[in-house]
Ligand binder design. Structure first.
Ligand code: G3P
Ligand code: CA
Length: 361
């Protein structure tokens, strides 16, 4: 009955809806269990799933031969051992990516077979030194390998596990002859992520590729909102639309024409600690209310439980890398009405979410 009603609603609207309806707020494992293992590895996704994450989040970039792989950046030297591989020394180049001149090793200059010879390393060893014990152990996974992991874990654990890939540098890849939307939709559809009811959504900081995806698939879409500036595709076309404008009621209504949710930077758009470092949900901006009024789900990013990332009132000690009260931060944001969180520590997110739900029943 509910399913029939939802399908009828979907048929009336070019927009889709999320499959999770009025369930508990989602715990989305940001790049895997990034607080515990090198990000964007199958091991990191598996640990996050075992910690109870509802969704896992792979950021995606393209290889030279058209494969989608999980990396936050097309610069491979940030999270792999490529710089220490003599056979790839001549691949180091300087190029312009999203308007910035950068030097390094880039995914679009490597075949998948070459990338499979690399091994992942911790992105921020100065913050998470314990994670470096895994450096050199794990490959860079493809999107298909991540889907296979999700399906295997669903069978093993007997529960659904969501997937929310993010397209990284979509304009750059399209201009490089490696458009990512077509292979992304093809892989998701081929794996049964086709209907609006499936546990999947696609995210992007850009606008144009989400509008393109909206014409290609019924999979739900989430517009990410950066802390400042404009979406890169808007800037590249000389447009004036800023993230700040997109976060207004008018901007949110425009987003609702092609997306089902928004992923705002949490502090910039929702809740800022007060002068003493306390987080009071009563001080939240009207963003969540406005987004809901536009029919959009709200999934802010990124919740990290180390002291250095927390407001002063939630820190456990002077050690910036020790874990503080990440649960307290997430509970405060949940009280603003958000629909889920992107977090590096899914275990912390699950405890906070479950405590919040229990307290508000
Ligand atoms: O997709 C939500 C969040 O992951 C966006 O930030 O830079 O970590 O991909 P980033
Ligand atoms: Ca992301």
């Amino acid at each position: 009955m509910l399913l029939t009603a939802m399908m009828a609603a979907d048929a009336r609207s070019p927009s889709h809806f999320f499959p999770h309806g009025n369930e508990k707020p989602l715990v989305i494992a940001h790049r895997g269990a990034s607080g515990y293992l090198p990000e964007h590895t199958l091991a990191a996704y598996a640990v996050a799933i075992l910690q109870g994450a509802d969704y896992i989040e792979p950021d995606l970039v393209m290889t030279r031969d058209g494969h989608l792989i999980a990396r936050h950046d097309n610069r491979l030297d940030l999270t792999t051992d490529v710089a220490r591989r003599p056979e790839f020394a001549d691949r180091r180049v300087t190029k312009v990516v999203d308007g910035a001149t950068v030097t390094g090793w880039f995914s679009e200059d490597f075949t998948l077979a070459e990338i499979k010879r690399l091994r992942a390393v911790e992105r921020i060893p100065e913050v998470r030194p314990a994670n470096t014990r895994f450096d050199g152990q794990f490959q860079v996974p493809t999107l298909q390998e991540i889907v296979d992991l999700v399906r295997a874990c669903e069978r093993a654990l007997g529960r659904p596990i969501g997937l929310c890939p993010e397209t990284k540098h979509p304009t750059h890849f399209r201009q490089s002859g490696l458009a990512m939307e077509e292979p992304l939709v093809e892989i998701l559809h081929r794996n049964g992520y086709e209907a609006a009811l499936d546990r999947v959504f696609i995210q992007s900081f850009e606008v144009g590729n989400l509008k393109r995806l909206d014409r290609m698939t019924r999979i739900a879409l989430v517009q990410l909102l950066g802390r400042e500036g404009k979406p890169y595709d808007v800037a590249a076309e000389g447009g004036t639309l800023t993230y700040e404008q997109m976060a207004t009621p008018r901007g949110l209504a425009d987003i609702a024409a092609y997306a089902e949710g928004v992923g705002p930077e949490k502090q910039r758009f929702i809740l800022v600690p007060d002068a003493e470092g306390w987080l009071d949900p009563a001080n939240a901006s009207p963003f969540v209310k406005n987004a809901h009024a536009a029919g959009l789900k709200v999934y802010p990013y990124t919740f990290r439980a180390e002291n250095r990332f927390l407001p002063a009132s939630l820190r456990s000690s002077e050690d910036p890398n020790a874990l503080g009260d990440g649960e307290g931060e997430i509970r405060a944001f949940l009280a603003t009405g958000i629909d889920g969180v992107f977090t590096d520590q899914a275990d912390v997110g699950v405890r906070a979410r479950d405590a919040f739900v229990a307290a508000t029943r």
